[in-house]
Design a protein around this ligand. Structure first.
Ligand code: ARG
Length: 274
């Protein structure tokens, strides 16, 4: 396995400028710039202790470009780029495309009218070798077969039900040993059944609503480290019992836009599933 790499984008132009998810409502221009900058630096510092962090140049007028998880979904040297559901974020697409092309990735573009929001809605399982893909709010189910084709990977579709958890990565996090950290009420009945058939009970770590609302599932996992905004004592204990180090790094200013640790990063060295 090569070096672990992530893509991040500094919050120089970050703010809550519009409302495209419930977290942003009531928070327009309420995020404190200096605090956001310090929180982002701290996250980057923690991550840099575990991986190489690549930088995407911030762009004026694109406040959500910091959420690089939405750039696309990466498997090996291939990437399927995002098609944003909301016009507010569509201006990000060419910047992500340019970056991936400059790095030599094989880039797949979806039809312009087919919403799909990258690794926000597409997460590789760490043990099984398939891609979990969310739909219902930002990504269209019809995009899923195109992901399977472009990335040569099995895709399992999960329907999201709760608008507070509008991206898969807000409520679902596959960890390195096959443990799944997730919040079941965010998914419909069929999605829950599918999760239960693929992930044995002993590997399912269900989080309480309070942890889910603190974006505990929006975690960055590198090896045995789990980096997140906040975890209750109970959740920390359960993760530690399974051998994980829990690293909390506060991200309150980004929660105001509906994102936290995982949303602010994109894993770039995703190995081809077996
Ligand atoms: N304000 C952004 C949006 O609503 C937040 C994106 C969070 N990203 C994520 N991967 N969950 O699109």
């Amino acid at each position: 396995m090569g070096e672990t790499r992530f893509l991040m984008c500094a919050p120089s132009h970050y703010d809550v400028d519009y409302v495209i998810n419930p977290w942003m409502a009531g928070n327009v221009h309420r995020s404190a710039k200096a605090v956001a900058a310090a929180q982002w630096q701290q996250l980057q510092g923690v991550l840099a202790g575990h991986a190489r962090v690549e930088q995407l140049q911030p762009q004026p007028g694109l406040p959500d470009l910091v959420f690089t998880a939405n750039a696309g979904v990466v498997v090996d040297d291939r990437v399927v780029l995002a098609r944003f559901f909301h016009p507010e974020r569509q201006g990000e697409e060419p910047w992500f495309q340019q970056w991936f092309e400059s790095q030599g990735y094989r880039v797949t573009l979806l039809p312009a009218d087919l919403p799909f929001e990258g690794a926000g809605d597409a997460l590789l399982d760490r043990s099984g070798g398939w891609l979990w893909a969310g739909h219902g709010f930002r990504s269209e189910l019809a995009a899923h077969p195109l992901l399977a084709e472009a990335l040569a990977v099995e895709v399992l579709s999960l329907r999201l039900m709760d608008k507070r958890f509008y991206h898969l990565d807000t409520c679902f996090c596959p960890l390195s040993d096959g443990t799944l950290l997730y919040y079941p009420p965010a998914f419909d009945f069929d999605a829950n059944r599918l999760i239960e058939t693929r992930v044995p009970a002993a590997k399912r770590l269900v989080v309480e609503e309070a942890d889910a609302l603190a974006f505990a599932c929006n975690a960055v996992n590198v090896g045995r480290s789990v980096i997140l905004n906040q975890a209750s004592a109970g959740l920390r204990h359960q993760l530690e019992r399974r051998g994980y180090d829990v690293l909390e790094t506060p991200l309150s200013e980004f929660l105001k836009a509906g994102g936290a640790a995982k949303c602010l990063t994109l894993r770039l060295d995703e190995p081809c599933p077996a």
